[in-house]
Design a protein around this ligand. Structure first.
Ligand code: FAD
Ligand code: NAD
Length: 499
């Protein structure tokens, strides 16, 4: 992110798009764009970009781009799809840039390879490719493609997915049944297998998902609304029975109800969102979800990292049935576009929540002896599940140290709980560091620095296996990584949380 000029916020952009001003210079006409034509518009003052076959005149958007003009210029006059997907594929550009749409690329579209068995020649990159590029997996990988079957009793429909994976678990299975549409996704590394059908008849709201972890079998059990015989499971949808790269799937959202909102600090709240009964979704440790709201007629999407309702070892009754709720600890910014809208949600209102994403692997912690968590502000959120996992499931850990950077004492999230945890578990230690303390603060002060890190990040023995996780504002994370490298820690010993 770069600092934007005043009057160039997302809200200002939304206002401009609603002003009726001709942003493409084509007076609302849509044209077919050749590659030659696209290439001509490659300057800051005249910049067209192609994303998934659609061409946008992004010239008026330049000053509003949170990543800066130079980032946008990398795709000037060219296909920006890959760049876009790498940096922020979750941003709903169709909605944000709809007033900048110039038209479609004038190249003939290719047919969608239905399954992953597509030949390499089909994989050629097409500028007008509306469909994601798919990688051929080769014959042996095809044997690893899951398959599915279904059967029925008088009252139930059971869909069985044979994943061919021995280490299946609930985190890897995401099922939604909305109206008559069933979507079951199985995560297989960086690929996903999808069962997606318009069901033949209606089903009841509640459903069950059973996972036979060792044999990799997943059962989705639906209750028929009427006890009649089904001739077929339903109409297959476009991505039904396919194995694809997860990146190519696009985000899937379901509406969740806000069931509670509690104060954590003066500006941070814990939101509890209840998943529909017909959804099976667990957000894995270290991963985030995207929330989507319509703000001034434009879809706005932002990432948030689910936490637990409280820290481990705090034996309170969970206020919401395990797995059925997602807890989000969110700081409300006084001029924040998304968080202001979130803060105005009432109990009982609904908000769209996406499937989880993120590249953190629990196996990184499983083999560690010393775990260091460097968090700044709400960068604390991924550390919550991580702490729970480390202290309750990783037996080889000797030390777990949280170094928590905040502006003032009032900004420290869950200070009490953290201090309690440190008293109860001798492996855990917490250090608070304030950048804007009052004169009464007797603890550490400052921002992330080489000297602070060399003081607090130390191996418990000479060659102990270390993992250092960092999360906070981008400059905090970037500086932290640099200081750690200067102190001799390797890239493999550092994990940064980013979108
Ligand atoms: P914005 O409207 O974007 O602005 C927020 C504040 O920053 C305002 O004060 C604004 O003036 C200032 N600002 C915005 N852009 C700039 C800029 N370019 N230059 C200078 N100042 C600027 N947040 C949480 O609270 N909890 C979480 O669990 C959480 N998880 C996240 C996970 C990931 C992977 C990522 C990437 C971010 C996460 N965030 C989390 C941050 C969150 O996504 C939003 O960025 C945050 O809520 C602010 O959104 P907003 O629209 O309200 O604020
Ligand atoms: P904040 O502004 O309250 O700052 C907290 C502390 O961060 C400060 O006390 C300071 O020590 C440090 N800090 C802030 N700016 C810095 C800078 N420029 N250089 C060095 N250190 C700096 O923080 P906040 O408002 O709570 O923001 C938290 C940030 O964490 C947001 O940017 C959010 O997007 C990010 N976040 C990321 C993820 C993720 O990627 N997974 C998850 C949660 C939050």
């Amino acid at each position: 992110q770069v600092p934007l000029k005043p009057g160039r916020s997302l809200m200002d952009w939304i206002r401009l798009t609603k002003s009726g001003k001709d942003l493409t210079g084509l007076k609302g006409r849509l044209i077919e764009v050749t590659e030659d034509e696209l290439a001509k518009h490659n300057k800051k003052e005249d910049c067209w970009i192609c994303i998934r076959g659609f061409v946008y005149n992004v010239t008026p958007y330049m000053e509003y781009h949170p990543g800066g003009e130079d980032e946008l210029m990398k795709a000037a006059g060219a296909d920006g799809t890959d760049l876009f997907d790498q940096v922020h594929r979750w941003v709903n550009y169709e909605s944000m840039l709809k007033e900048c749409l110039v038209g479609r690329m004038a190249v003939k579209p290719v047919a969608a390879p239905k399954e992953i068995s597509s030949t390499l020649s089909e994989e050629k990159k097409h500028l007008n490719g509306m469909l994601p590029e798919k990688k051929a997996l080769g014959a042996s990988a095809k044997d690893l493609t899951p398959s599915y079957d279904w059967f029925q009793t008088d009252s139930l429909i059971t869909i069985v997915i044979y994943t061919k994976q021995k280490d299946m678990n609930a985190d890897l299975v995401i099922v939604d049944c909305q109206d008559k549409r069933l979507r079951g996704e199985i995560i297989l590394g960086d690929h996903s297998y999808l069962v997606e059908v318009d069901l033949y008849h209606a089903v009841q709201e509640d459903m069950a998902v059973n996972i036979a972890e060792k044999v990799g079998k997943v059962e989705i059990i639906l209750k028929k609304k009427d006890n009649i015989h089904w001739k077929m499971l339903g109409q297959p949808l476009e991505s039904h029975n396919t194995l694809s790269k997860r990146m190519d799937r696009g985000l899937f959202y379901r509406k969740c109800e806000l069931v509670s909102k509690t104060e954590v600090t003066h500006d941070t709240r814990l939101f509890c969102l209840m998943l529909p009964k017909s959804t099976h979704l667990h957000v894995p440790t270290g991963q985030h979800v995207y929330l989507k709201q319509i703000i001034a007629g434009t879809e706005v999407v932002k990432p948030y990292t689910p936490v637990l309702p409280f820290l481990p070892l705090d034996f309170k009754e969970p206020p919401c049935h395990d797995g059925a709720c997602i807890y989000l600890m969110i700081k409300i910014y006084s001029c924040g576009l998304f968080t202001q809208a979130l803060d105005h949600l009432q109990i009982g209102d609904y908000i769209s929540v996406s499937n989880p994403e993120g590249n953190f692997k629990k196996s990184q912690v499983r083999t560690s002896e010393d775990l260091f968590l460097l968090a700044a502000g709400t960068g604390f959120t991924p550390m919550v599940k991580l702490l729970n996992f480390a202290l309750t499931e990783v037996s080889c850990l000797r030390t777990v140290k949280l170094i928590f950077f905040n502006k003032t004492e009032d900004d420290i999230l869950w200070r009490n709980q953290l201090e309690q945890l440190a008293l109860r578990d001798e492996r855990f230690e917490v250090q608070f560091i304030l950048s804007q303390p009052t004169k009464d603060w007797v603890g550490k002060q400052g921002k992330i620095s080489s000297s602070l890190l060399s003081e607090f990040v130390k191996r418990s023995r000479k060659d102990s296996k270390v993992l250092i996780c960092i999360c906070g504002p981008t400059p905090f994370t970037e500086q932290g990584v640099q200081y750690l490298k200067d102190l001799g820690y390797s890239q493999e010993e550092i994990h940064t949380f980013t979108a």
